[in-house]
Design a protein around this ligand. Structure first.
Ligand code: ADP
Length: 609
């Protein structure tokens, strides 16, 4: 990342936080100010008290200064604790906002990015930042707070010793300006070294961190692998224990190695910073001692100079936090920024979808050709088909012939660049994406059910129409099984989070996915191999009830079991990404071609059984 990009990341996070939390900036300033002032109070008052004692000041003034020192220390201590707490609370609110916006973007952005390797890399890097550092924004405020504390410490220290500087300069007439010049040059050199070393450390840390991210992801995967009960079967049946163990050990060692490297670098860096701090401190002590010896200032001023110089050295070290802000932190913000600023290309369309009760929606593919991003091969070539209103279609073909791609394009998971798809004569890209998607109920081959109550799986909502839910469960042929469950429709699926979670079979899961599609009640129903995991009886039932299941909706049914396509009005036969035949089952089976070829092959198989 260039310096300009890093600054852009910093300005992005400030803008984002300004809109979310007006208080964070003020709280950070107060926290930093109070933390910077606190150690300077005893330094200042000890000098006043010592001067009072050595120069014969009165007892009343002495007591007043002691009380004032104690009260101010108490106030600033209390203030620093309160502001630190409030600051962290506000930073946590921003952290929650950060993770919420990230997840929202991930779940609603263009689907094809989920399959994009570079994008996924960025997402993974951000997740590690979130898991390890509590997010990018949190880190930003933490390190910027440290930097500001350093700036305040330096400025306030200089204000405190300012009167002494005049005394030193006037006494320099006697002792010469050399000691002052040497001290200033020395401190400046050390500060410069601190910045350079901080910068170098950030770069090394960044490199190590990148490797750390990759190893951590693999380590986590293998660490949780054996305890995932769904993987347990394969591990046992195929005796994969050794493989899992060795993978776990490999990544554990790698992780330990990188952790050690990380710690070693940090220890080296911290020690180096410590040594430099001691050097600055030593230089101040030597200088102060000499000044006191040459009679430039009093014993009290000597104590003040000593006390303040410790804070000066610490302030210089804290200021190096800026290298983290412009190094690791801005990179982390970059991961987040890239994701949340990714444009939603598909959201450009604004046309509302006509609201119709008669479901008269017609979709047409006109000369559509499509290649997946990064692929040179056409997954679909020159496809022209019309999905007439209320008809039931089947799409058949061998694996890899383009059936699922056809559905992905229809549902706008991907957009086409060659040819066009229209809804009632208008290019589907012109429609508002959410409204367009609301026209479809799809059951994909690799549908997913979630570890939430069964009712929420089907309705995908916290509030739902109970009667409709039961009707859909009944239509999908799973109501009987649900009624047998102890918590009925409130039973949580799977045991990920709930001991009472219900384990369901592949066929039952498929029926629930079907019920979900029915509950959505959209004008188009798309079933991608909906019966693949069903037993023959359930499969037969679904076929028999298919027409009543989808009612007068337009249905697209994908299958490579041709026997299940017979009830469809029209069958499209795909081969190598092209539409090679279309017609009814009777027409196609009675003509030479791909369909008859597939049909014959499958009937031989069924007959043999
Ligand atoms: P089917 O559903 O008929 O089995 P698909 O539509 O899934 O076939 O696949 C059609 C072609 O597109 C295949 O050659 C497949 O390898 C390719 N393909 C599918 N998904 C992707 C993807 N995400 N990226 C690249 N190529 C893909």
């Amino acid at each position: 990342m260039t310096f300009k990009e890093k600054l852009r990341c910093v300005s992005f996070v400030i803008k984002m936080c300004r809109n979310r939390s007006k208080k964070i900036l003020l709280l950070m300033v107060l926290r930093s100010l109070f933390c910077a002032v606190l150690p300077l109070i005893p330094a200042y008052f000890s000098s006043v008290i010592i001067d009072g004692l050595t120069q014969g000041g009165n007892l009343k003034a002495l007591i007043k200064n002691i009380v004032l020192c104690a009260v101010l220390s108490g106030v600033f201590y209390f203030g620093s604790v309160v502001f630190k707490k409030l600051f962290l609370e506000e930073a946590n609110i921003l952290k929650d906002y950060e993770s919420k916006t990230f997840e929202e973007q991930i779940s609603s952005m263009d689907y094809e990015l989920l399959e994009d390797a570079d994008f996924q890399k960025n997402v993974k890097a951000y997740r590690v930042v979130y898991e390890n550092n509590g997010g990018a924004v949190y880190g930003f405020w933490f390190f910027t707070g440290n930097f500001l504390e350093g700036v305040f410490s330096l400025l306030l220290s200089l204000v405190l010793i300012y009167p002494l500087i005049g005394k030193i300069i006037s006494s320099a007439g006697k002792t010469g300006f050399l000691p002052i010049a040497v001290l200033c040059i020395f401190v400046l050199c050390i500060a410069l070294i601190l910045i350079l070393v901080g910068n170098r450390y950030t770069k090394i840390n960044n490199k190590v961190y990148r490797v750390f991210n990759e190893i951590f992801a693999s380590f986590k995967y293998w660490f949780y692998f054996p305890s995932d009960y769904r993987k347990g079967k394969e591990i046992r049946i195929y005796s994969a224990q050794k493989l899992v163990e060795s993978k776990h050990e490999e990544y554990m060692k790698k992780w330990e190695g990188i952790n050690k490297k990380n710690t070693d670098i940090k220890i080296k860096y911290d020690s180096f910073i410590g040594v430099l701090q001691v050097l600055i401190l030593g230089a101040f002590y030597l200088f102060t001692g000499l000044q006191a010896k040459w009679g430039a200032f009093s014993v009290g001023s000597f104590a003040l100079f000593i006390g303040v110089s410790a804070r000066l050295a610490e302030g210089i070290a804290l200021i190096t936090a800026i290298t983290f802000v412009l190094g690791v932190v801005s990179d982390n913000i970059g991961y987040y920024k890239r994701v949340v600023e990714t444009p939603r290309r598909k959201f450009k369309g604004t046309l509302p979808v006509e609201k119709r009760d008669d479901n008269r929606f017609e979709i047409e593919f006109k000369n559509v050709s499509f290649k997946y991003p990064g692929s040179d091969e056409y997954a679909l070539k020159n496809l022209s088909v019309k999905l007439n209103i209320g008809k039931h279609f089947a799409v058949v073909g061998r694996n890899g012939s383009g059936k699922t791609t056809f559905i992905k394009l229809l549902y706008r998971l991907y957009d086409v660049d060659e040819g066009e798809i229209t809804l009632n004569g208008i290019n589907i890209k012109k429609y508002d994406l959410k409204e367009y998607m609301s026209l479809f109920s799809v059951v994909f081959q690799d549908f997913k059910l979630f570890s939430v109550p069964l009712s929420q799986n089907v309705t995908t909502s916290l509030e739902y129409d109970e009667e409709k839910l039961f009707r859909c469960l009944d239509k999908a042929g799973i109501l009987g099984r649900v009624e047998e469950m102890p918590l009925k429709e409130n039973s949580v699926l799977y045991k990920n989070f709930d001991d009472r979670g219900i384990e369901i079979s592949g066929g039952e899961a498929q029926k629930l996915a079907l019920a979900r599609a029915l509950y959505k009640d959209a004008p188009f129903v798309i079933l991608d191999e909906p019966t693949a995991a069903l037993d023959p009886v359930s499969e037969f039932e679904i076929y028999k009830r298919f027409n009543s299941l989808v009612e007068d909706k337009t249905a697209v049914y994908i299958s490579h079991r041709l026997s299940s396509c017979r009830f469809c009005n029209e069958i499209y036969v795909f081969d190598g990404g092209r539409l090679v035949q279309k017609g009814s089952h009777e027409e196609l089976v009675n003509m030479p071609g791909k369909y008859r070829e597939l049909w014959t092959a499958q009937s031989v198989y069924y007959n043999a059984e």
